[in-house]
Ligand binder design. Structure first.
Ligand code: 5GP
Length: 181
């Protein structure tokens, strides 16, 4: 991972460019297709930050895979700081009962959001539950949660782009970059 010149005035640096992200998503798609062969995969996207990643990852999965997609929305952040409390804003429409759930998240920071969400989902008796996160900030973890699939480990900096926002802005940037302060 090498820092590059910013492509947007709001960024102080680009951590991951578009080509690097797309190549890694293809690798994750191959790995997930292999791991879930012959199973009933239920992809659960965590709105809104995961949508760009989810859309690319879904298309990187093999056409033979038995996969359905659902979404949840939880609120945990206001601006740049974790509030610590996780609230469900949108619940699953489909039952996870007996299915292999793969939660798709944009970034794992403290792990509080995913720990709370995965506990809720596990109470509904899926066959299995794993997490796939595009980005992981392991230095910030406050829970033992470790996603099985990680796109990139990144340092403890607030990033935007590729679905990640700052107060709902910058999700459309094709790269992941550090927000200028
Ligand atoms: P956690 O509960 O793991 O601390 O935080 C998870 C959520 O916080 C992510 O889904 C994301 O919405 C938000 N978040 C954590 N770090 C960042 C970051 O660097 N940039 C952005 N845009 N959101 C972040």
């Amino acid at each position: 991972m090498s820092a590059q010149a910013p492509t947007h005035p709001a960024l102080s640096k680009v951590l991951l460019d578009e080509a690097t992200i797309k190549a890694r998503i293809q690798e994750l798609g191959v790995q997930i297709t292999r791991d879930y062969a012959g199973r009933r995969l239920m992809i659960v996207g965590v709105l809104k930050g995961s949508v760009i990643f989810l859309a690319d990852l879904l298309r990187a999965l093999g056409p033979e895979l038995d996969v359905e997609v659902d979404f949840v929305a939880v609120s945990s952040y206001a601006g740049k700081a974790s509030t610590g409390s996780v609230r469900t804003l949108l619940d699953l429409r489909e039952s996870p009962d007996g299915k292999d759930i793969l939660v798709i998240e944009d970034i794992v920071d403290t792990g509080l959001t995913l720990t709370s969400l995965t506990e809720t989902l596990l109470s509904r008796k899926p066959r299995s539950l794993e997490v796939c996160a595009l980005l992981d900030k392991p230095d910030c973890r406050k829970t033992p949660l470790q996603p099985k699939y990680v796109g990139f480990k990144i340092p403890n900096e607030f990033v935007v782009g590729f679905g990640l926002d700052y107060d709902e802005r910058y999700r459309q940037l094709p790269c992941v970059g550090v927000l200028r302060t």
